[in-house]
Design a protein around this ligand. Sequence first.
Ligand code: ADP
Ligand code: MG
Length: 208
Amino acid sequence: MITILIANSKGGCGKSTLSINLAVALALAGQDVMLADADRQKSSLAWAKRRPKTAKSIAVADWTKGPGDVPKRITRLIIDGPAGLRKDGFETLVAEADLIVMPVLPSSFDQDASTAFLEKLDSLKSIRKNRKGVAIVGNRMRDRTRAAERLERFLAGLGHAVVARLRDSQAYGEAAAQGLSIFEIKGIRAQLRDDWKPLIDYIEHGVL
Ligand SMILES: Nc1ncnc2c1ncn2[C@@H]1O[C@H](COP(=O)(O)OP(=O)(O)O)[C@@H](O)[C@H]1O
Ligand SMILES: [Mg+2]
């Protein structure tokens, strides 16, 4: 089993969006996926409740009070991480993970929060000792805007791999409202799905 923790202390940067879409993408690729919601807002759990019966089923678990059991059949565990860093709870989740995926928004305010979060993450023993991977994902990117350029420079300076850049699209909200992912709704641009390929390749074929 590969465990992926989606984390950034900042709310609204796309943790739940990444968790949901990644869960479905990996399930459609043949993995047996469980989505564990560790955030008190419980966005992933609410999404799962809205999920149509006809859609590919994704196992979900409430981890808001700490890690729970994972059935043996599960091959990919995705943890939708909490906003904020309650000390012990966060370290426990990091310890569970093989890979940490961190969404970052182009705004400078978010970048300051992300730097602080990465410093905290890098200071954790499990990251230092096992050299656990941290994959950065630029989220809500709009091409050729100044904010995007700033983000690219900022990401390059962080010292972690920037594995994917996801563009800003209403389709994310529209899909989530229906309990779906962007991989399941019709009439969206192929580019939007292509944005995910580097991240999926990194998880499925990268050095873990
Ligand atoms: N790439 C994107 N394009 C457009 N909207 C996005 C994108 N990523 C996230 N959002 C929207 O931003 C809001 C916050 O995202 P969410 O995933 O809930 O963040 P978090 O879980 O980190 O608090 C949601 O309304 C979501 O639909
Ligand atoms: Mg969330």
